[in-house]
Every structure is written in C-alpha cells, then in structure tokens.
Design a protein around this ligand. Structure first.
Ligand code: UAG
Ligand code: ATP
Length: 500
C-alpha cells in the first residue's frame, strides 16, 4: 500500500495521530506492506511501531529499524531519523487501528468471536473453531497455545497478540478463505488496547476468579477490564454468551440485557444447561437443554470435569447464536480432541495415571482436581508451583486449593523468572498448611515429578499442573527447554514403565 493512501485511510477512519513528513520525502513514493513492533522482525517495507514496554522503550531501536528497511515509523514523539512518522500518544493502543487499515481491514471480512474470562478461554475457543469448521464456516484461531490462519498453525507467544500481529494474522486468515475468527481476549490485551481496530459479532465470558491482581489491583478492576470487551468492542447485532454459574458472569449477564445468552451447569433456567449423567475413564455422559429443546439430548464428551461441560456450553451457545444447530455442535464435541496440556491423561502400565494440566490459578487447580476425583480409585497427587513475577497474592490460595482437593501435594518450581524458586514455594506453603494434607517441597521440577510418579501405584492419579504443553522454563538465568510430558516419558524410560 502507498503511504499516502494509508494516511488518507487513517484520516477517514478518525484515527488520532499527527503525521510528520520530513522535507524532500513524498508519501506517494513510499510503499508499506507490513507492521512490526520488534526491530529484529523488520523487513523491507515494514512500518516499525515503537511501543514502550515494561523493560524497554522501542524508540531506542528506531534507528536500527530504519537501517533494516523500515520506511515509516509509528511512534509517540518526533524522532531525528529522516523517515515519515505517524505520531500517536499511545502506540500500543494505536497500532491495531493503524495496522487494520494497512492490511485492508481484514476483521470486516469475517465473523469475529472473542472469548474472555480467567479460565477456559483456550478450551472454548478450540471447541468453537472445531464446531464452525465442521459446519462449513472456515474459522481461524488465536489463543494461548497456537494461532491458526486457516492454512498453517504456529505456536503462540501471547494469549492475545500485539495489535499489529493480530491484524497481520487476520489478513492471512482472510486470504486463506476464513469466514470467521475465534480468538481469546486477555484482560491485559483489552486494558492495553491490543484489540483496538477490532469489532466483534459474538463474545463469550467464561468466569472470573483470582488471577492477575498484580496487574489489575483488585477483582473489581479485573472485572471492569473484561467488561470493556462487551461495552466498547461489539458490532451491530452482537450477542454475548455468558456463564451464569460465575458470580461476575451473573453480573455481566444482567448488565447486558437482551444481548446476552446464558449457560449453566447448575441452573436449569439458563438458555443452555447441561448436567453430567455419568463419568467413565473415557469421559462424561451429559444431558443438554437448549433454547430449542427441553432437555433430553444426550452426548458423550471425551473430556473430564464440570468445567469442561461449561466450556462445551460456551462453544455450543456461540455456534448456535451463529446459526449452527445444537445437534451438529454436540456431534462435533463428541469427538473433539483434547486441547494440548488441558487434562491430558496418560495411563501407565502399573495402573497409575499421569495427567498434564495447565491449571495455574486457585480455581483452575480446584477444577482440575475435582474433575479427576471421580476417576481416581486411589490417591490423587498434585505437583505444581507458581509463576514468578506475576500475581503473588494467589500463591497461598493455590496451595489451599491443592491441599483441599488432593491427597498428597508436591510443591515445586514453575517459571520462576527473576524470583527465587524456593521463596515462591514458601509463599504457597501456608495455604497447603491450612489443611492436614501431607506435602513435600522439591525445588527441581524434574525431581518433584519423579517423586510423584514414584509414589503413584495402581489406581492413583498424579497431576502435573501449571505448564500444560509449555516447552521452555523461564529461569533467572534465561529460558531452558522443559516439557512436562517429556519428564513423564523420561521417568518411564528410567523405571522401565510404559504409557499404555
Ligand atoms: C516480558 C515482558 O515483561 N513483557 C511486557 C512488556 O512487553 P514488551 O514486549 O513491550 O517488552 P519490552 O522488553 O519492554 O520491549 C518494549 C518494546 O521494545 C521492543 N524491542 C525490545 C528489545 C529490542 O531489542 N528490540 C525491540 O524492538 C519490543 O518488541 C517491544 O515492542 O511490556 C508490556 C506493556 O506493559 C507488557 O504487556 C508485557 O508483558 C508480556 C506481553 C506478557 O506476557 N504479559 C502478560 C502478563 C500478558 O499480557 N498476558 C496475557 C495473558 C494473560 C492471561 O489471560 O493469562 C496475554 O495476552 O498474553
Ligand atoms: N471453565 C473453566 N473453569 C475453571 N477452570 C478451567 C476452565 N476451563 C479450564 N480450566 C482450568 O484452567 C486451565 C487453563 O484452561 P484454558 O487454557 O482453557 O484457559 P485459559 O483461559 O485459556 O487460560 P490462560 O489464559 O491462562 O491461558 C486448564 O488446564 C484447567 O485446569
């Protein structure tokens, strides 16, 4: 796209910016084709968006970006480099809007769906995408685990990418024939304006529990950040699907009025309701009521836990609101593959089971353990830690949830980042001590998992929680490769055990 055309689009789109064009440069002679916010990713023709982060001010990298081929910068103050400058007071919040015009407003070509909430976003987003794809509505996906542009799948860096990365991904989805995009909207991304430049046709709210209070301060502000999605980012004729089993979900449901569709695993009056009729080692038998049926529709989900029934209802209600029959959706959910690292269950040849799960909040731990209790004939053991340099207040509550739900707790290291792993464990420990559950503290994660597996005999279930499919452990010294599933398979190899 020619720069003068982009500038015209920004003017017509009402974007708040000031344009600085150094003398002797013509905007009509500059081609821009991409936008990045990391100077290491600059290629010829890419606009460099200079954000201010927690650690660095990217204005310091503008000269490197220009040298690498950036013909234009999006920045917060005029800089010396002799390049055209799109100047905006908050680049992080502006880049999504600017990039949306650069990439031809790709979101407008698709049905846009955003799912928010503390837990369950990834799972519900996967389910929604699978249902839409099966219904012939080709759908892309953006989320914590991966980004899918309709052709290829890449590992994700963030739950919700930066604004320019969102728009680039959407343009690839549109080019690959996607008619919809199901994405996760984290509270950070809403608060920072990473989703600016987007409008949504459907949004979902899964739940709001203790997490990210280091960032939001308290639950009220955390809720208000999530609520902004529904107040500021919805298009005409939007609908929202809301979990009314959650206290904040009920509040949101009442605030949204007739736009809201409710779902519940507790309250039969909800628009979508499901109850668990049976639990086996293969999953759950559920009965479902929808706005079109009075109940009696049965389905077998290859998943565990009420929380996954809730996630299934989130996806079912979103798809139904887009015209997909609930029976077709249930058929898809009956064969849905497990989302990587979400209650991945491995049966070992000694009769024990090992489960890898991403639970990293008090509620996630509680839900994961209560999902596994019905299929645990023996002892339920949990191995987990808590991430460093994020919400410290949740640590004792995580310990308490683990001690309440498990028969044995092993505290260990998660991603300590710059913090001392033993100090993090010491902050979880008081919560564990509130119950009489026996526990151990083993700093080295591999040794902790080995200890859990060594303890597990026939009928026992050991849950390795907190990291799901993550591949790198973030230590003070830097990132090291570490995959929980590989620790389990290494243990099997060492002890001569097999995964069945
Ligand atoms: C690692 C880290 O601390 N990152 C925080 C930081 O991001 P940042 O990328 O701006 O980092 P920075 O190092 O300060 O760099 C500033 C800018 O300079 C650029 N740069 C930097 C170095 C360089 O050599 N060249 C260069 O161009 C960077 O690309 C960046 O644009 O500053 C941002 C603004 O305050 C934070 O949002 C961000 O948190 C990262 C993204 C993060 O993961 N935050 C978490 C809490 C988060 O957002 N999580 C949610 C999911 C939450 C959930 O639901 O669980 C998410 O959506 O991912
Ligand atoms: N609906 C739910 N309610 C409570 N806990 C859940 C729910 N769904 C999943 N969990 C738990 O939370 C963990 C993370 O689930 P999932 O990845 O679907 O959520 P998320 O919202 O994407 O999380 P994050 O944004 O932190 O990646 C799961 O491993 C499980 O232990």
């Amino acid at each position: 796209m020619r720069l003068d055309k982009l500038i015209k689009a920004l003017d017509e789109g009402g974007v708040d910016y000031r344009f600085h064009l150094p003398p002797g440069i013509s905007a009509a002679e500059i081609e821009v084709s991409d936008m990045v916010c990391d100077d290491g990713k600059v290629c010829r023709g890419a606009i460099f968006a200079a954000t201010k982060g927690d650690r660095r001010d990217a204005h310091d990298f503008i000269s490197q970006a220009v040298a690498a081929g950036s013909p234009v910068v999006l920045c917060e103050r005029e800089v010396e480099e002799r390049v055209p400058q799109i100047i905006s007071p908050n680049v992080r919040a502006a880049m999504g809007r600017v990039a949306s015009f650069l990439y031809g407003e790709p979101a407008k070509k698709m049905t846009m769906i955003a799912l928010t909430g503390t837990n369950g976003k990834t799972t519900s987003t996967f389910m929604t995408q699978a249902i839409l794809n099966a219904a012939g509505i080709k759908s892309g996906l953006m989320g914590t685990v991966q980004n899918d542009d309709g052709k290829s799948v890449d590992e994700a860096e963030h739950t919700t990418p930066e604004g320019c990365d969102i728009q680039r991904l959407l343009s690839r989805m549109a080019a690959n024939g996607c008619k919809a995009c199901a994405m996760e909207a984290s509270s950070h991304s809403i608060e920072q304006g990473r989703i600016n430049g987007l409008g949504f046709d459907r949004a979902g709210f899964t739940n709001l529990t203790w997490e990210h209070l280091d960032y939001h301060g308290d639950m009220e502000h955390y809720f208000l950040a999530k609520k902004k999605l529904f107040d500021k980012y919805m298009r005409n004729d939007w609908k929202a699907c809301v979990n009314i089993d959650d206290e904040y979900g009920r509040r949101l449901f009442h605030a949204l009025g007739e736009r809201a569709i409710s779902y519940s695993v507790r309250d039969e009056r909800a628009d979508f309701f499901a109850s668990v009729k049976g639990v086996t080692e293969k999953g759950l038998a559920i009965e479902v009521k929808t706005p079109e049926s009075r109940g009696g529709d049965e389905a077998r989900l290859p998943l565990f836990g009420d929380h996954n029934v809730s996630n299934a209802l989130q996806a079912l209600s979103i798809a139904w609101s887009l015209g997909v029959s609930y029976r077709d959706s249930l058929a898809v959910l009956e064969t849905i593959p497990n989302v990587s690292g979400r209650l991945d269950l491995y049966r070992l040849d000694n009769g024990a089971s090992c489960v890898i799960d991403f639970a990293h909040t008090p509620d996630g731990i509680e839900k994961a353990l209560s999902a596994l209790r019905p299929i645990c004939a023996g002892k339920l053991v949990i191995v987990f830690g808590s991430g460093g340099e994020n919400d410290k207040s949740k640590r004792p509550a995580m310990g308490e949830a683990a001690a309440r739900g498990a028969d044995f707790v092993i505290l260990t290291t998660d991603d300590p980042r710059g913090e001392d792993p033993a100090s993090i464990m010491a902050e979880i420990e008081p919560g564990v001590k509130r119950h009489g559950t026996p526990y151990a503290m083993i700093v080295d994660r591999r040794a902790a998992v080995y200890e859990g597996l060594d303890r597990a005999g026939s009928g026992d279930v050991i849950v390795i929680a907190g990291r799901g499919p993550e591949t790198r452990q973030l230590l003070k010294e830097g990132a090291v490769p570490l995959v929980d599933r590989e620790i389990m398979t290494d243990w099997c190899a060492l002890r001569g055990r097999k995964v069945l």
